[in-house]
Design a protein around this ligand. Structure first.
Ligand SMILES: Nc1ncnc2c1ncn2[C@@H]1O[C@H](COP(=O)(O)OP(=O)(O)OP(=O)(O)O)[C@@H](O)[C@H]1O
Length: 762
């Protein structure tokens, strides 16, 4: 089938003994009809001059059998319908010219059967009816409908037949389909499985047609009739959900006639008026369709044109048979019919297969596909030795794990989130989004109840013996002994005068080992009773925590801080001493040089043998210089050792602090924030354990800087800042990371480093 088709047009003459050879001439190639007429003078009298008009068509059907007519006209259209193309075969012409004979044929003679019974037969064999069970690739379902348009009224010619399917009840109406075609609402569709069933319906409909008698035809059809074969074809083997539909419209139009010629009156005359009117609208529609510049085609002017909308100019293979008389007496009507045929030939259609997708079947197909792909994935996972991954929706417990991991990651206590599936990735991103939105909400909601000065007071309250500070790297670097010396030495002697060793006994080290799941569960249960509707502020809670559950780690932290301060003082003192020695050395060197210059000017530096000569004063100076250098070296070594200890002390302090904050955060969450359902999924050995909570929130409690405190108070969950801070700390000192996944045993080993042991011994 072409993508772009012209309507095929044939002319068929009704057999007659008085064929007007001088007026109607068929070319030898049987594709052109020429009509010759005597000219009529101005006075209305015929003269001997002839006028001719030629019409080029697709074929002339003159004196040929019904079988040949079917082969030439309808066969390809019927086959197209089986392939999914819509098709229309339409007979047009003067009353009695042979339209019904062409379309339906003589019902009493099998040989003279027309296009409709032959098309039915073609459907029946071999493709559709008979071999319906034998065909392995496609199944067809065929339905028939028979519509009559009488005086602009739609009539279902098969309404009396049982077994029809009607989508809508009520009066018949032509309706536009969403996909662009048209259908007749309320018209019954009759499923057929055998040729005979189909023929029965045809004949039943024929019987119901309205027929009138007039001068030209004893059994004249007084209406337009559209016999439609609806075909649906589905693949038996393909798992895709597409199916193909088509409809084959076989149209027997009412006769075009001049009222004077039919000699009709009354009812028949009124019918003729309707018929002429609708045929005139058909002509107008054809004219519009043939003119490609016309955007609007007046299909809705009549029921006929509206019902034939997608048969005339749509995606349809359309064929017109123009039925004419051969007699001279009908030459005017013949000419008129041929003009109509010529216009129709200019109409183009765009045949295309009507593919549809069955939504239910598509869902089934996709489900099967998904199942197969899941199996494929599992198979590849097994081959690649990957852990078993499920590709189903995440359960609530799995979602809770994801949430916990994301929180830990944001808090910096988890280095990475292991990706296992797309669903998990989506859940992770959803959690990131949630976290972000929560923070945004909290920032919006939090009233600025505390001013900077209030915050400062709060910080100062926290400051003192129990105040924790995590110094930033820059702070550490800038914390020179000269700056903090006086203050820290005083503080150190006043508050931490108990000794200069790091107090890490075995029992204390155990505190740094993370609690077992059972212990944590127990403690969470104990603390659950502390829950109340409004959780206490974190600052209050932190104070309570330090004095109760976090007492031991807090004590160790304080002790380590005091040792750190001592070391810093030592470092500062040593730096002062070294600088002072260095200055002495420089002075001695310049004194020595001056002395040597003086002696050289007196010429006493070298003996007669050329050996350098030293006097007593110079020797004394040199001995002093060497002594100063030795001192310098010793102090410098001590300085290096003290620096290492300071660094290590800082690490311990950081670690203790992180631990304190982290455990406080867990305790706070479990005691006041986490709902019972979430706590319920904290199971022994399960992936979610108390303690996998953001350290950033705990860090928010530290009070070294006013800014920290303000953010903390105004927005305890303003974690972005602290996340960034925490990450920086982690980057700079990765071993300080508090991670539930890292072995705390390793951290404990670090606390026992030889440097400290050596220091303790001193
Ligand atoms: N090609 C033909 N061969 C034999 N008989 C024919 C042929 N064409 C028409 N006839 C006969 O002519 C008569 C009128 O034909 P038909 O009823 O098909 O005309 P029609 O165009 O359908 O008329 P109407 O528009 O009034 O219904 C019928 O008796 C039919 O058998």
């Amino acid at each position: 089938m072409n993508a772009h088709n012209e309507v095929r047009v044939y002319v068929r003459t009704r057999p007659t003994a008085q064929f007007a050879q001088e007026l109607i001439e068929y070319s030898p190639d049987k594709q052109t009809v020429s009509v010759h007429q005597r000219k009529i003078s101005r006075k209305g009298v015929l003269n001997n001059q002839m006028s001719s008009r030629s019409f080029r068509l697709n074929g002339v059907l003159h004196n040929i059998s019904q079988e040949d007519v079917y082969r030439q006209v309808a066969h390809s259209v019927v086959l197209g319908a089986l392939e999914g193309y819509n098709g229309t075969v339409m007979c047009f012409g003067q009353t009695g010219a042979g339209k019904t004979f062409t379309m339906t044929g003589a019902s009493e003679s099998y040989k003279q059967r027309g296009i409709i019974p032959r098309a039915i037969q073609e459907f029946s064999s071999p493709q559709v009816f008979y071999e319906i069970d034998n065909r392995v690739d496609h199944t067809f379902s065929v339905h028939l409908s028979f519509l009559e348009i009488y005086n602009e009224t739609l009539v279902d010619l098969l309404s009396s037949v049982k077994g029809g399917q009607t989508k809508h009840c009520g009066t018949l109406a032509v309706v536009e389909e969403p996909e662009g075609g048209v259908s007749v609402k309320g018209l019954s569709l009759h499923p057929v499985h055998r040729e005979e069933e189909a023929l029965n319906l045809l004949f039943e409909g024929e019987m119901n047609k309205i027929i009138g008698e007039h001068a030209l035809n004893k059994h004249s059809s007084r209406s337009h009739c559209i016999f439609t074969v609806h075909v649906e074809s589905r693949s038996r083997t393909l798992s895709n959900a597409t199916y193909v539909t088509s409809k084959l419209n076989l149209v027997d139009l009412a006769g075009s006639e001049r009222l004077s010629k039919t000699g009709s009156e009354g009812q028949v005359q009124r019918e003729a008026l309707y018929i002429n009117k609708s045929l005139s609208f058909l002509e107008q529609a054809i004219l519009a369709l043939a003119d490609r510049r016309r955007e609007h085609v007046p299909f809705r002017q009549s029921k006929l044109t509206h019902a034939l909308k997608d048969s005339l100019g749509g995606n349809c293979n359309t064929v017109l048979v123009a039925n004419i008389y051969g007699e001279a007496a009908q030459i005017e009507e013949t000419l008129s019919t041929l003009r109509f045929a010529a216009r129709m030939k200019c109409v183009c259609t765009e045949p295309s297969v009507n593919k549809h997708i069955d939504p239910a079947l598509q869902v089934q197909t996709l489900q099967k596909e998904i199942q197969l792909l899941k199996q494929e994935l599992s198979f590849h996972n097994t081959l690649a030795n990957r852990a078993a991954v499920t590709y189903e929706d995440l359960t609530e417990a799995q979602l809770a794990v994801v949430k916990s991991e994301v929180q830990s990651y944001l808090a910096g206590t988890l280095d990475e989130i292991t990706i296992v599936s797309i669903r998990q990735i989506q859940a992770v991103f959803a959690q990131f989004k949630n976290a972000f939105q929560e923070q945004e909400q909290q920032l919006k909601k939090t009233p600025s109840t505390l001013s900077m000065s209030d915050a400062k007071e709060s910080v100062e309250e926290m400051d003192g013996e129990n105040r924790f500070s995590v110094p930033t790297s820059s702070q550490r670097q800038s914390e020179s002994p000269s700056r903090s010396k006086a203050k820290k030495v005083k503080e150190s002697s006043r508050k931490n005068g108990q000794g200069d060793h790091l107090t890490m006994t075995q029992s204390e080290m155990e505190i740094l080992v993370p609690p077992s799941a059972a212990e944590t569960k127990e403690s969470a249960r104990d603390d659950a009773k502390k829950r109340c509707d409004t959780p206490p502020s974190k600052m209050e809670a932190f104070e309570v925590y330090k004095s109760e559950r976090g007492h031991e780690i807090n004590r160790i932290l304080k002790e380590n801080k005091s040792v750190l301060k001592e070391r810093l003082v030592q470092l500062h003192n040593l730096t002062g001493i070294i600088n002072s020695i260095k200055r002495d050395i420089d002075h001695m060197r310049s004194d020595l040089q001056l002395y040597r210059d003086e002696r050289q000017s007196q010429g006493h530096l070298v003996s007669a043998d050329g050996e350098p000569v030293l006097d007593e004063a110079e020797v004394t100076l040199l001995i002093k210089l060497r002594g100063a250098k030795d001192q310098y070296r010793q102090n410098y070594e001590e300085l290096l050792s003290t620096k290492a200890e300071v660094q290590y002390c800082r690490h311990l302090v950081d670690q203790c602090r992180m631990r304190l904050f982290s455990e406080f955060e867990s305790w706070y969450n479990e005691s006041f924030l986490l709902p019972d359902e979430v706590l319920a999924i904290f199971k022994d050995g399960g992936p979610i354990r108390p303690g996998l909570v953001p350290v950033d929130k705990a860090l928010a409690l530290e009070g070294d800087e006013q800014e920290h405190a303000e953010l903390l108070v105004d927005s305890p969950s303003a974690t972005s800042f602290y996340n960034a801070y925490n990450r920086t700390v982690q980057r700079r000192a990765p071993h300080c990371t508090v991670s539930r996944r890292s072995s705390m045993g390793t951290d404990t080993d670090k606390l026992k480093s030889p440097a400290i042991v050596t220091r303790r011994g001193r």
